[in-house]
Design a protein around this ligand. Structure first.
Ligand code: ATR
Length: 277
């Protein structure tokens, strides 16, 4: 029997998740489908009822529904609970399970790109304080990064997020960024700045120490201005596409029972779809 899966959100037309999962379905010769479905926040309970009734094996949840689905599920992982957001749902023994694989995806890509990064990274600078920042900080904390400096346009949001990780995360004013750069072994941009169609991210990297890892979760363009500048200054750039690819792995495994791989062929397929590479 064909197993049907979905990604729900609004807007949903630009989601790249179908490209990833369909690649793996073909690679493994699995009888399955993965579709984008536009679901407005008010339609989420109705959609979850369809899932419960057996129409789908599971799927992904994206903006603006990640927080809304959480209370509608039977089992929610500790990670998703801590993040207050679910991005992956599956049915198991008639119950609906939810997890958040963003922190996993972020770490898996960092591990693959800069093996051993966690051994040498004690201090990190995180830009942004939204859902993505929460996932990144959860991941960094899990790997023992001792000091995480958080900077956000709206200081109160940074303070609220920092308060969830007492003793490890501290909020700093945006105006301190240039100095914080020199004190960081890892810098992560989790804001939408630098994305095509968004304002540029103006971050002074003149104090960047060579060998500092600079990770941008923006992947359109693939090499953002931040990553280009980091490369020129002897930093180690890590692009955002890998996080997208890796966060998809646990869901596919749950729905279809096979562990998929993030291969150069899959990456190339997604890269070819990114405008203005
Ligand atoms: P996500 O869940 O993808 O992290 P989000 O919760 O909307 O999305 O968060 C977006 C992040 O980008 C926030 O840190 C936001 O800053 P604010 O908390 O001050 O809104 C940041 N961001 C978006 N546009 C920005 C801009 N023009 N200048 C500075 N920061 C911006």
């Amino acid at each position: 029997m064909t197993r049907h899966c979905f990604v729900i959100g609004q807007p949903i037309a630009h989601s790249r998740s179908p490209m990833i999962h369909r690649h793996w379905l073909a690679e493994h010769g699995i009888d399955g489908s993965y579709e984008r479905i536009e679901v407005a926040p008010g339609e989420v309970p109705g959609f979850i009822a369809r899932l419960r009734a057996g129409e789908f094996a599971g799927g992904n949840v994206t903006v603006p529904n990640k927080e809304l689905v959480l209370p509608l599920l039977d089992e929610v992982s500790e990670t998703a609970r801590r993040m207050g957001a679910v991005n992956t749902i599956w049915r198991e023994d008639g119950r609906l399970h939810g997890d958040n694989t963003d922190a996993y995806g972020f770490l898996a890509h960092l591990d693959a790109t800069v093996p051993g990064w966690d051994v040498r990274t004690r201090t990190a600078l995180v830009l942004g304080a939204g859902g993505a920042a929460r996932a990144v900080i959860t991941g960094l904390a899990a790997r023992g990064v001792v000091r995480i400096m958080l900077v956000n346009r709206s200081p109160s949001r940074a303070q609220d997020l920092a308060a969830l990780f007492p003793g490890r995360v501290a909020a700093h004013p945006w105006s301190d960024c240039a100095a914080l750069v020199g004190a960081s072994g890892l810098i992560v941009n989790t804001t939408s700045l630098g994305m095509r169609g968004q304002p540029p991210l103006e971050l002074d990297l003149s104090a960047l120490r060579p060998g500092t890892i600079v990770d941008d979760i923006v992947y359109v363009p693939l090499e953002t201005a931040l990553l280009g500048e980091a490369r020129r200054r002897g930093g180690i750039p890590v692009d955002g596409l890998g996080m997208l690819l890796h966060q998809a792995v646990p869901g596919f495994e749950r729905w279809f029972g096979r562990q998929p791989a993030v291969t150069p062929a899959l990456r190339a397929k997604l890269e070819a779809d990114i405008p203005g590479r």
